[in-house]
Design a protein around this ligand. Structure first.
Ligand SMILES: Cc1cc2nc3c(=O)[nH]c(=O)nc-3n(C[C@H](O)[C@H](O)[C@H](O)COP(=O)(O)O)c2cc1C
Length: 383
């Protein structure tokens, strides 16, 4: 695995370009692309780009502190790793590597239900608690058993993803044959054969199936492939009453991920959850939905004094983090930026992306005259 030095990658886009060369096309597109016409995917980025920061001068910024807390836990900066499915195919053991890199950087990692490594695999390689993201499937036996496993593994927060009662379609996944079951074409075979470093990392890895789901299916006699089972089991009946049910099983921090509407945010605050993630699933679900950053200020104004407001969607740099904090977020999650780093350089690549974002955030604070990350307000945004 080549090391990711500062010369290779001076920003996330460099890591994205390295990732594009290193992993099969179908997997790169799975990470990079969005649903349908990708309107929401694009506006997540363009709306962040459109925000301008206020340059302020002659402030003593010799001591800038990025340390804060997310969900009551100390973090060295308000940037955590978002839950992403199939991460152990982007790089062998990807979830274990991501969790380790986050811990080394003093921040948090959220494991997806649809991960390749299991909850227990990740638990083995970290000291501190990590977070777990739950998809509620029709088979509630799965949810209760996976919640129990997350508790046993000492996970400190449960993120219930609420923006996926049905899967949005990503055209490229279908065109590339990244479907359940996989469509193997000659192009796929050639593509894989020309990515030897990636292939080695995946071949040497502990697992290649959806680890959490497989563990459950095996306990039930394992009659179906985990991908097909999950695909057929997303629960379209999921509603607010089910949040009470999840609450009854989970005593720790409870987070709803995928809130984009002020009314839903208010309802979440009344439902007794600890936090929400303002998110449109990285432009992978409802195409035509507003960008996350455009939705954030109103939501933060409405519920920010009652519950913690986290944010994701389009974060690629420290400047983006600054804009999200100024728009009312307590902290941010990174999905694609994490995966570009992982695909480009494994654990070192994830460390690199976190370092880059940290350095950019620190400089942005200094140049806007901010010394304390917790004191950032709307004031840093140019009118
Ligand atoms: C490849 C990929 C897989 C994802 N899988 C999941 C998942 O399993 N569960 C989930 O709640 N969100 C999932 N997401 C959404 C992310 O958690 C996050 O909301 C999104 O990536 C944020 O946008 P960004 O990629 O622009 O940072 C996924 C995103 C990507 C890019």
């Amino acid at each position: 695995m080549p090391s990711i030095t500062s010369i290779d990658a001076t920003n996330t886009e460099d890591l994205r370009q390295i990732a594009r060369r290193r992993i099969p096309r179908a997997l790169f597109d799975y990470v990079d692309r969005g649903s349908y016409d990708e309107l929401t995917l694009r506006s997540n980025r363009s709306d962040l780009d459109a925000i301008r920061l206020r340059q302020r001068v002659l402030v003593d910024v010799s001591k800038v502190t990025l340390a804060t807390s997310m969900l009551g836990e100390p973090v060295s900066m308000p940037v955590a790793i978002a839950p992403t499915g199939m991460t152990g195919l982007i790089h062998g053991n990807g979830e274990m590597l991501g969790a380790r890199a986050a811990e080394a950087a003093g921040t948090k990692f959220c494991l997806s239900t649809m991960s390749i490594c299991t909850i227990e695999d990740v638990r083995e390689v970290v000291e501190k608690p990590f977070w777990f993201q739950l998809y509620v499937f029709r088979d509630r036996g799965f949810s209760s058993s996976v919640i129990e496993r997350a508790r046993a593994a000492n996970c400190s927060a449960l993120f219930v993803t609420v923006d996926l009662p049905m899967r949005g379609q990503r055209h490229m996944d279908i065109k590339n044959g990244l479907t359940v079951p996989l469509r193997i074409s000659l192009r796929n075979v050639i593509d894989v054969a020309t990515k030897p470093a990636w292939a080695m990392s995946v071949l040497r890895a502990r697992r290649r199936g959806f680890g959490n789901v497989e563990a459950f299916l095996n306990s039930r006699g394992g009659i179906m492939a985990s991908g097909s089972w999950a695909n057929e089991n997303y629960d379209r009946t999921l509603n607010w009453r089910d949040i009470d049910w999840v609450r009854s099983l989970w005593p720790g921090k409870l987070v709803l991920k995928g809130i984009l509407d002020v009314e839903d945010a208010k309802r979440a605050a009344s439902a007794g959850v600890d936090a929400i993630v303002v998110s449109n699933h990285g432009g992978r679900q409802l195409d035509g939905a507003r960008s996350s950053i455009a939705s954030l200020p109103d939501i933060a104004n409405a519920v920010g004094d009652r519950i913690e407001v986290l944010f994701d969607g389009g974060i690629r740099s420290g400047q983006d983090v600054m804009k999200a904090l100024a728009s009312g977020a307590r902290g941010c999650l990174i999905g694609r930026a994490f995966l570009y780093g992982l695909a480009a350089g494994g654990e070192a690549g994830v460390r690199r992306v976190l370092e880059l974002i940290r350095a950019e955030l620190e400089v942005s604070m200094a140049l806007t005259g901010q010394c304390d990350i917790q004191a950032i307000t709307r004031d840093v945004i140019a009118p």
